[in-house]
Write a protein that binds this ligand. Sequence first.
Ligand SMILES: CC(C)(COP(=O)(O)OP(=O)(O)OC[C@H]1O[C@@H](n2cnc3c(N)ncnc32)[C@H](O)[C@@H]1O)[C@@H](O)C(=O)NCCC(=O)NCCS
Ligand SMILES: Nc1ncnc2c1ncn2[C@@H]1O[C@H](COP(=O)(O)OP(=O)(O)OP(=O)(O)O)[C@@H](O)[C@H]1O
Length: 236
Amino acid sequence: MRIVGLTGGIASGKSTVSNLFKSHDVPVVDADIVAREVLRKGSGGWKKVVAAFGDEILLENGEVNRPSLGQIVFSDPDKRQFLNRLLAPYISRGIFWEILKLWMKGYKVIVLDVPLLFEAKMDRFTKPVIVVWVDPETQIQRLLARDKSGEEDARNRINAQMSLDVKRGKANIVIDNTGSLDDLNQQFLKVLVEVTWPLTWTEFSCSRQGVFTILASVASGLVLFVKAFNNHSRTS
Ligand SMILES: CC(C)(COP(=O)(O)OP(=O)(O)OC[C@H]1O[C@@H](n2cnc3c(N)ncnc32)[C@H](O)[C@@H]1O)[C@@H](O)C(=O)NCCC(=O)NCCS
Ligand SMILES: Nc1ncnc2c1ncn2[C@@H]1O[C@H](COP(=O)(O)OP(=O)(O)OP(=O)(O)O)[C@@H](O)[C@H]1O
């Protein structure tokens, strides 16, 4: 199985690229969705966060008030690290299960969309790693237009992540999303070819088909060995 890492900065266009992958039948595990699930009312992550940050971060219906928690953690690095540490085990477990489900369905290439892929050192498990890059001005403009939060909040969120230029330096593939959606689509089509290239032997052996092929070969090898051994014992 090939696990392709997809990362970038906030509002650099990861979800837009993820949607392109999905529209070409390449499944995507979205860490933001997993992170939302682990904060649902009553879940393990929710209990930890409420115990740590208090009832003030809850809405009337008991769900976490995400904008409110966001304001707290994106303006205070210590609190953000603390939240990250609380949620990391739940998020990793959630991502693992999503990958396992896709493995069981027999997918050979999947994409892992994780904003904090490098920060959380999850790039160890993904190859190649795609970084969606934008120039800083475009990034802030798109973030402001999408989230309608203030400029200070937007800058805090950008500064909470490793710089996009550093991420670009760690990438195997860079998509420059500063231009139009058409431009993005053209780059994407080339990346799609690269990413869906036939699996290497190691990747194949980690896929469901690979594991079954190896098990079937070992089983038939054993049968042949036992038969040969029995024949030999009878003739000698
Ligand atoms: C603080 C929370 C509640 C704010 O929720 P909100 O709905 O406003 O934002 P959302 O979850 O949609 O995230 C938007 C973007 O913010 C960035 N972001 C989210 N969490 C973090 C973080 N801990 N550090 C840096 N950037 C982050 C990502 O680029 C993400 O795509 C939420 O982001 C959260 O629970 N974060 C901690 C979990 C986490 O690390 N998520 C990232 C997935 S790896
Ligand atoms: N090439 C583009 N031209 C114009 N707008 C774009 C382009 N690419 C993405 N956008 C817009 O920019 C915003 C951010 O994109 P997107 O949500 O894909 O980023 P993201 O990296 O997934 O963000 P986050 O880290 O917050 O999840 C969205 O409103 C999206 O529609």
